[in-house]
Design a protein around this ligand. Structure first.
Ligand SMILES: NC(=O)c1ccc[n+]([C@@H]2O[C@H](COP(=O)([O-])OP(=O)(O)OC[C@H]3O[C@@H](n4cnc5c(N)ncnc54)[C@H](OP(=O)(O)O)[C@@H]3O)[C@@H](O)[C@H]2O)c1
Length: 168
């Protein structure tokens, strides 16, 4: 299973229920990586999407502890184990954990690859991704050269779980 996130220098991912910044190339990469695949997200992240609707062209699994919660076009589950059961038939490489903080923390132990857009700026944030640079389980495998969007510098990183071995 993969995890995909855009983080800032402090591994911040959001503020007031929104992303910290929108970088078109990051959005393009997210779309390219996840199109035709399965994404797992929390109810709050789903509701932050345009129109509060699931993303087009992706099989979406949404977690809510409210068993009554339902949203057209998504499979709603009320626990991590139900979400894992829902993706059992999928190839692990075709499943992407897409946030937010609560969902990243819950599913990171099940992920082997992390696609991280690293934004070299410290925003004010209230939601965070676990700092993989301080986690012995994870190693930075590949990083692109730094790119810029106006005055924002960013790069795309791939981390892999050590216990899965480095695979290129
Ligand atoms: N930078 C990025 O790449 C990125 C990506 C995605 C999101 N974000 C940001 O992350 C922030 C949102 O993160 P968040 O942690 O507040 O919310 P979240 O993870 O998107 O959703 C949290 C909700 O998911 C449900 N949930 C969580 N754990 C569950 C479990 N074990 N079983 C069943 N349901 C569970 C609960 O819904 P109920 O309350 O309905 O029970 C909970 O309130 C926003 O700022 C968003 O923009 C950033």
């Amino acid at each position: 299973m993969n995890v995909i996130a855009a983080v800032d220098r402090n591994w911040g991912i959001g503020k007031n229920g929104r992303l910290l910044v929108a970088i078109p190339e990051d959005q393009r990469l997210f779309r390219q990586e996840t199109l035709g695949k399965t994404v797992i997200m929390g109810r709050k992240t789903l509701e932050s999407l345009p129109g509060g609707k699931p993303l087009y062209g992706r099989n979406t699994i949404v977690l809510s502890r409210n068993p009554e919660y339902g949203i057209r076009g998504a499979c709603c589950v009320s626990s991590v184990s139900e979400a894992l059961a829902a993706v059992k038939g999928c190839k692990a490489e075709d499943v992407f954990v897409a946030g937010g903080e609560e969902i990243y923390r819950a599913f990171l132990p099940y992920c082997r690859t992390a696609h991280v857009t690293y934004i070299d700026y410290a925003y004010e944030a209230d939601a965070y991704f676990p700092d993989l640079d301080r986690d012995q389980e994870w190693v930075l495998d590949v990083e692109t050269e730094e790119a810029t969007y106006f005055d924002i510098c960013y790069s795309f990183r791939r981390y892999v779980r050590r216990s899965a071995g480095l695979r290129l």
